[in-house]
Each structure stands twice: as structure tokens, then as C-alpha cells.
Design a protein around this ligand. Structure first.
Ligand code: FE2
Length: 290
């Protein structure tokens, strides 16, 4: 057989085959996914038929996203979040039985070193904002209390900023806390009502999406990680039902069962809000749960 017979002519009809014949069948997950991405990219180029200049602009954008990313700012994660890829991966990997609390993405403001606080204490260290009482229960699918649970919460302040975004303006660990429930699985703590906020709009991803009229807003919410030995870890949000921009969540995290009414109440005789939540945990299955 001549060498010429081994050649695959590279043209529109054969481009994908030409690539895969060289790439083979990788046994590495990331390489397999990359191979699929390339095949889809070939199909996309054939469909949209960009000019060289248009394609170079795409590459320039991807280059900018990479340059804007470092250990403190992850522009690629923002991109993944805004196009719904993060939410889709979460959805595929954490499908739960009906009645169980659904997972949502964790977002970039979680801290692993959140301090433990006693039940009933306040996580608002500067006291700035409208008081909010959070009450809840951690239980399994049968309604039995999960007393070994840890409930970690974090949230934005009344201006829509997390403590680690404003290290000079907010006390360390403001609006963060780790709680352990009582013997009935119940917990409660005080905080302030959070505001919604904008996702970073000053990088290449935010600028491109803003130009396209894409909403870069997150409605008001509380974040939670609830974990217990033998159960799948819940990473979720509780959304304020009164936020008029609930339907615009830039990160596709709002689900009806996570939207809660913040009711009016009194704390120490002063007007405040109160929200009641329930976290329903599912027993861990092999290879899942973390
Ligand atoms: Fe958040």
C-alpha cells in the first residue's frame, strides 16, 4: 500500500473523521470530552461558516477569559455558570427522589473555615440590615431528624456583598456560620435579610454577556451546605419569594421548592422577618454524596 493511500483528504465532509482518526479513542475522561467538543466545534463551524476574522475574534475572547482568571478570580467558572453548564452538570449528577432537597451550585463565596456558632446566635457581626430569623429542621425522607448534621450557611449583606468581597468593610466571617441541630433535628439562628447582587461584570465574560442584554443579576438568597455521615451532602439556596427578579437568576439556580416567603415578625419588639426551612436528606449511595 502506498503512503498516499493512508492520507485522509481534509475537507468539509471528512474534517471530523480526520481529527478522530488521529486522536484515537482516549481512555482519559478529559481527553474524551475534548474529542467530543472538537467534533461539535467542527459541526458548528460548518453551520455558521465564520470568516477568518470572525473566528479570530472568538479565539481572542477565549484568550481574554484565560488571562482574566487567576487564583482569586475564575472567569472560566463564571462563563460555565452563566451559560448554564454548571447548573446542568449539577442537575445531571444530583438527581434526587421527590421530597428530597435539590442541589444547586455552590458559587464562589463559600469558605471551608466557617466558624461554629451556638443555636440561636446571630451571624450578623456588624448588625447592619433588617433582622431575619431563620428556623429549620434537617430530616431524612421518612421525616426522622438527622441529628448528626452540620448546617453551614453564608450570605450577602443588605448591600449584596459577601464578607470576603469586602474584607475592609465587613468583619471576618460576617454572615457565615456552622450550626448543629438539636435532638429533633431543629436549628435556628439570627441574621439580616440579604440583598440580591450582580455577578462580576467587569471581565471579558461579563462584558460580552452584558452587551448581549443578558441578565447578570442574582435574586436575594441564603446559601447552605448540609452534611451528615451516611447522607448525600446538600448544597443549596433558599430564595426570598419577595424578590421581583427571581425569574432572572443569572446562574439558573432558582427552583420552586427553594423559594420561601420571608414573613413579617417581631424580634425583641422590633420589626423583622422570619423564614422557615426544611432540609430533606437522602442516604448516600456508593460513589456519590460528596
Ligand atoms: Fe450567593
Amino acid at each position: 500500500m502506498s503512503r498516499a493511500a493512508d492520507l485522509i483528504t481534509f475537507d468539509e465532509a471528512t474534517s471530523t473523521e480526520a481529527f478522530t482518526s488521529r486522536f484515537g479513542k482516549p481512555d482519559h475522561d478529559t481527553a474524551r470530552l475534548l474529542s467530543a467538543v472538537v467534533c461539535h466545534a467542527h459541526a458548528l463551524i460548518k453551520e455558521f461558516r465564520p470568516t477568518q476574522e470572525q473566528w479570530r475574534k472568538v479565539l481572542d475572547f477565549l484568550t481574554e477569559v484565560g488571562h482574566a482568571s487567576d487564583e482569586r478570580r475564575q472567569e472560566w467558572v463564571l462563563f460555565s455558570d452563566l451559560v448554564g453548564a454548571s447548573a446542568l452538570v449539577e442537575e445531571i449528577n444530583s438527581r434526587r427522589p421527590s421530597g428530597a432537597t435539590p442541589n444547586t451550585i455552590r458559587g464562589p463565596f463559600f469558605r471551608t473555615d466557617t466558624p461554629e456558632r451556638t443555636l440561636g446566635s446571630s451571624i450578623s457581626l456588624d448588625g447592619a440590615g433588617e433582622p431575619l430569623l431563620v428556623e429549620g429542621r434537617v430530616e431524612d425522607l421518612d421525616g426522622l431528624p438527622v441529628t448528626t448534621a452540620e448546617i453551614i450557611t453564608w450570605q450577602a449583606n443588605a448591600e449584596g456583598y459577601y464578607e470576603n468581597q469586602q474584607p475592609d468593610l465587613q468583619p471576618e466571617f460576617n454572615l457565615r456560620g456552622l450550626f448543629r441541630p438539636d435532638q429533633d433535628g431543629k436549628f435556628h439562628y439570627r441574621t439580616i435579610r440579604p440583598a440580591g447582587y450582580g455577578v462580576p461584570g467587569d471581565g471579558p465574560v461579563g462584558r460580552l454577556f452584558a452587551q448581549a442584554g443578558y441578565p447578570l443579576h442574582r435574586p436575594a438568597h441564603l446559601h447552605f451546605v448540609v452534611r451528615a455521615p451516611g447522607f448525600e451532602t446538600i448544597t443549596t439556596h433558599i430564595y426570598d419569594a419577595d424578590d421581583p427578579r427571581l425569574g432572572e437568576d443569572a446562574l439558573f439556580g432558582v427552583r420552586p421548592e427553594l423559594v420561601h416567603s420571608f414573613e413579617q415578625t417581631l424580634i425583641d419588639g422590633k420589626p423583622a422577618s422570619r423564614v422557615s426551612v426544611r432540609f430533606v436528606m437522602v442516604r448516600a449511595r456508593p460513589g456519590r454524596g460528596k
